[in-house]
Design a protein around this ligand. Structure first.
Ligand code: 5RP
Length: 226
């Protein structure tokens, strides 16, 4: 029986088939992406490729640097050829929730500046409707209690995400994450518009119309959905 980590490794390795010499590659965040970065570093070395990585978190920067992948910031490049990232939920029409690793802001900046985006997920991430996974919303600390109360009054069942020490988790941009426990999102586009309109919300984890390729890890092997 193949376990979830093996499925993540499978899709992580498969994703580097889309990487070619001289590409600028957005590097997502998370446990699935970790496998992809390992595979990418091996491919760069084996095929002597010239690749520039654009990271989406301090965590990814640490791993990529330790493996010798040259990095630049998104503002230092004129384009990103391809971004490979994980996801927390993917619906049948390729809409997604991301931000389980609290990196949604940089992930969305890099994704929206990429010519192509690929998500790599194990089969457990595929859903009919988004919403079982709590939707992360990154908010500025000042006024965050007010936003929290507004979400609460709309029955979004918000919770502040906590760090290991019990304090409110801080993102790489020093913001808070409020997770919305929605169970089911009937209209992700409407919800995205509402969230974006709230002053103090920096970004939310609804990634809509972002990808057209999803590599899914099944026990029978990786499957490319397009
Ligand atoms: C981080 C993310 C991750 O891509 C997402 O949480 C999936 O992570 P994993 O591959 O560990 O399941 O959005 O902010």
């Amino acid at each position: 029986m193949v376990n979830q980590n093996e499925l993540k490794a499978l899709v992580g390795k498969k994703a580097v088939d889309w990487v070619f010499d001289n590409m600028t590659i957005g590097l997502g965040t998370g446990s699935t992406v970790k496998y992809m970065i390992e595979a990418l570093a091996k491919k760069i070395q084996k095929e002597n490729l010239s690749i520039t990585g654009i990271v989406t978190s301090a965590e990814t920067a640490k791993q990529a640097t330790s493996l010798g992948i040259p990095l630049k910031s998104v503002d230092e490049v004129d384009h990103i050829d391809l971004t490979i990232d994980g996801a927390d939920e993917v619906s049948a029409d390729f809409q997604g929730i991301k931000g389980g690793g609290a990196a949604l802001l940089f992930e969305k900046i890099v994704a929206t500046n990429s010519k192509k985006n690929i998500w790599i997920v194990d089969q457990s991430k595929l859903v009919n409707k988004l919403g079982s996974f709590p939707l992360p919303v990154e908010v500025i600390p000042y006024g965050s209690k007010k936003i929290f109360e507004r979400f609460d009054s709309r029955k979004f069942h918000p919770t502040f995400r906590l760090a290991a020490d019990g304090s409110k988790l801080r993102t790489d941009s020093d913001n808070y994450i409020i997770d919305l426990h929605l169970e089911q999102i009937t209209d992700p586009f409407k919800l995205a518009d509402y969230l974006k309109a709230q002053v103090g919300v920096v970004e939310h984890g609804l990634f809509l119309n972002t990808v057209n390729t999803v590599i899914v890890g099944y026990t029978s092997g990786p499957k490319v959905l397009e």
